[in-house]
Design a protein. Structure first.
Length: 142
């Protein structure tokens, strides 16, 4: 298997609300909620939104595990400038998200904070002055 992730799909409770949230953050898509699934174009992995119950059915009929508040998974957006962290957290808040951890200096030497989307999926927004970025905006991983 090639070490690649093609799509991350988030099971959402309200496709329209989540669509509005992510488009407010600037995620581009040519899809509308009426299509039943949304694919956002990002630099790298595709982010998809799909109704939670339908996603559970797709995994297996009758598969309906409860969704814990913290699933042990976070998504991350790394910034090129420290000030972008605060700006993106504010944008997420104004789009209907919740700030879980205000931006602050962190133990690894960077600056980061967390927000949740309307379904509680956690996003870290982080800056590190030691990071380099590829031409497409993705993080350089040595």
């Amino acid at each position: 298997m090639e070490p690649r992730i093609s799509i991350i799909t988030l099971g959402v409770s309200d496709l329209e609300k989540s669509y509005q949230f992510y488009t407010s953050l600037g995620f581009p898509t040519s899809r509308k909620p009426e299509s039943g699934i949304i694919f956002f174009k990002t630099n790298g992995v595709c982010l998809a939104l799909y109704p939670f119950d339908e996603l559970a059915k797709d995994v297996s009929p009758g598969f309906t595990p409860p969704r814990p508040e913290f699933s042990g998974i976070t998504l991350a957006h790394n910034t090129k400038e420290k000030s972008e962290v605060d700006a993106i957290l504010q944008l997420a808040l104004s789009a209907g998200g919740k700030i879980v951890k205000s931006a602050q200096d962190v133990f690894w030497g960077g600056y980061s904070g967390y927000f949740t989307d309307p379904d509680g999926y956690l996003w870290e927004v982080a800056y590190g002055d030691c990071w380099d970025f590829n031409e497409d905006g993705s993080l350089v991983i040595d």
